[in-house]
Write a protein that binds this ligand. Sequence first.
Ligand code: AMP
Ligand code: MG
Length: 487
Amino acid sequence: MTAAAPSTVTLNGLFARDLAEMAIPWQAEQVPDPRLLVLNEPLAAELGLDPAYLQGADGLLLLTGNLVPGGATPVAQAYAGHQFGWLAPRLGDGRALLLGEITDEEGHLRDIHLKGSGRTPFARGGDGLAAVGPMLREFIVSEAMHAMGIPTTRSLAVVATGRPVLRETMLPGAVLTRVASSHLRVGSFQYARATDDTGLLRRLADHAIDRHFPAAAEAGNPYVALLQAVIGAQASLVARWMLVGFVHGVMNTDNMTISGETIDYGPCAFLDAFDPAAVYSSIDETGRYAYRNQPLVAEWNLTRLAEALLPLFHEEQEQAVALAQDSLATFRRQYSAAWSAGLQAKIGLPGDVDDGVASALVDELLSLLQAGQADHTTFFRSLAEAARGRSARVRSLFTDPAAFDAWAVRWSALGPDADAMDRVNPAYIPRNHLVEEALDAATAGDLDPFMRLLEAVTNPYDERPELERYAAAAPKDFGPYRTFCGT
Ligand code: AMP
Ligand code: MG
């Protein structure tokens, strides 16, 4: 039985109502002994939720789906997905539920969603559960991304369930309460298209336009405008990932949102040494989702979105395909523009520097970083020190500083702005070795290292001397780093 509903929380059932064919009403599993591990108070405030209520007994039940506000209908969402290139026509939320949408303090609809809330009809062989470590990983990485201004789903809370979860060993179980501007994915459109019900596909597209790109409704062809808007959002998102050295790890089409928010932090990791071929996921044997492949994969996924939308573009298939191709052709240009502007900002170049000069400098820099295997985050942060005339730290990253020195002479001559660099190059990211250390401790019952790391990475640009350890590169004996799916 679910407990009585609080009068303070109102959840809309917009998705469940508008897209009933893609929503299976379902209940979260009972949580035997809920214990709050972490609550995101600033996010609670954005949502108009009282942190004191969320920390109380009813709040914990709400955060685990064990108390459903009046009128709300938790649902498992149906979606399809290309996983490592292969289409799975029926994936869906196997261990997740959409509780409903909440209207935030700015009047925007936000999904309240659970991960690890028990088996659903989409669970296949899975147990429907999640372990403390991976849910805290999603919490800290998503909040770090948000703090760096990178669009992402957010994490409201992680609650330990008191139920053990069997992975390679027994682990403590947890539920993550996730907040997103929606959970619509490329795979949602693939699912709707595969039903052959154009009415459903159109309703889904209208729902997406309404929630994310209302301007598209005014366009001559709203559905082409929707595709173009998603292409723009994803081009910009993936450029942001590349600029901070983020490797998503599992860019299947079910893990790519329509909103342009990063979603599903599974086997993700940040570059330590700069290496375009970096792959961290233990199941990505061919390197499909390697760091350097991410823009290409995004384009491939967007092509799958365009295919799913084709019947809405034009009655004549040939013309529909032409409209899709024209839109997809803009991805590379938009991605490159976003990435180049971002990289020029990272090295502090003034806006009026000649494009050819800037891009030659950038290309050369990437070769230097790759050859020197310099730590990606430390390099850009300490380059600002060099712009202030202190180049010892940045030079120490290279085994052959002479090549860097030659580059730096030309770069300095362009008058880089050190303060502007410090505003775009984080001092603190969730470094792999620190995340592992924090999650190991949390799994063993000690949350202190997690909380300290969270504090560092949610204020990433403001360097604090007492946090030196969090800005330092991984110890030499750490690695090669491997992350795991099936979390
Ligand atoms: P992901 O790789 O986390 O995006 O998940 C891919 C698919 O597997 C989704 O349909 C998930 O809901 C499902 N899934 C992942 N882990 C589990 C689990 N432990 N139990 C049930 N379904 C799962
Ligand atoms: Mg997923």
